[in-house]
Ligand binder design. Sequence first.
Ligand SMILES: [Zn+2]
Length: 401
Amino acid sequence: MLVLEFKARTNSQQVVAIDEAIRTAQFIRNKAVRLWMDAKGTGQNDLQKYCAVLAKEFPFANSLNSMARQAAADRAWISISKFYNNCKKGVHPVGFPKFKKHSRSVEYKTSGWKFLSPKKIRFTDKCGIGDLRLIGSHDLAFYPVELIKRVRLVRRADGYYVQFCVRVDREEYLEPTGRTMGLDMGLQDFYTDSNGEKEPNPRFLRKAEKRRKKLSRRFSKTQKGSNNRQNARVRLAKLDLKISRQRKDHAVKLARCVVQSNDLIAYEDLRIKNMAKNHCLAKSISDAGWYQFRVWVERFGVVFGRVTVAVPPQYTSQTCSSCGTIVKKSLSTRTHICRCGCELDRDHNAALNILSVGLSTVGHTGTWIEDPNASGDETSLSVASGQLGKVTSMKEESPSL
Ligand SMILES: [Zn+2]
C-alpha cells in the first residue's frame, strides 16, 4: 500500500463536520469493543453486523457512510486481534483493548466520496463535510480510482489532512552490492556500523527542548479555559508535530541509504518499550527514533529486495568479535580490549558481532510487525522475544505512515 497525503483546505463549518465524523467513528469503535467485552465469543463478523444496529439506534451514526462505519468496527477488531495474538505468543504486556478518547481520524473505504477533479474530493454521506480542496504535490490522477482502497481524514495540530491508500505493490530492482552491514544502535551516536563508521545522533528533541520548555511553562501559567491557554496549547502541539516530522524524515532518509548500499543489514532486536521505562535513558531513546528507523529499514528491505535481520541483543557488546571470548565491561568502558590482541571501539566491536550473528542466522524466517499501529508515532513494539535471529520482512507498507 502506498499512502499519499494532502493537506485539506477547510472552512469552519467543515471543521465541525469532520470532527463530528471522527467522533462518530470513535463512538462506533468503542461500542464495538464494548460489545466484544460484554458478549463472549464476539467475532469480526458480529462487529460488522453491529454497525447496522448502531446506525438504526443513533441518528448521528447513521449519517456516517456505511463502509466508514465498518472501517471503524475494523479498527476495534484490529486491537482485539492484536490482543489475542499477544496472548497466544506470550508477549507482555498483552495490550487489552481500550476505549479511545482522542481519536484523530476517520476512515472511508471505497464509497462515501468521489473526486470532482484530481485536486478536489467530495464526501457524499450525510456528515456534511462536502467538498475539500487538496493541497499537495502528489499526482492522484496517475492511479486508477479502483486502486484507492481507503480515504482517511486526519486531524493534526496544524489542520486537516486527507490520506489516500493506493494499492500498488512497490518493488524495485537494485543490483546486489556485495556488502553486508551490522548496526549497533547507540545513545551517543545514532548507530555505529561494522565498518567502524559512526552516524551522529540528530537530537532534534534536545535542540527543540529549550523552546518546548519555554512553551510548556507559558502554557501552565495560563488560566484554564482562556484563549491564551488554547493558543499556547496549539503552539506546543505544532512544535511537537514539527519534531515528529523531522524525526521521520531523518529515519526514512537514513534507512533508505543503509538499505540501498547493502545486501544484508543486521541490527539488534531491542525492546525499546522496556528500555524507555528507564527514565535516564528514556529521552535519548525516544529521541533517537530507532523505532522508526527500524520500521523503515524493514520496509525498504522489502521494496529493494534486501535481507534485514534482527538479532538478539545479548552479549553483542561483551563478546570479542575476533576470537569469541566474553570480555566483561561496564557501560562506561568505551574500548574493547581482548587478550587475543583485538582492540576496537566498543560499538564497532558490537556491530561486528551483530553482523556475524545476522549472517549465521539467515534462513530462518519470521515476521516482526503485525500492524505497525494506526496512530503513527508511538514507540510501541510487538517483538517476539527470545527467538534467535529472526529474518524480518513486512508484507506491505503501513497504511498509516
Ligand atoms: Zn579476542
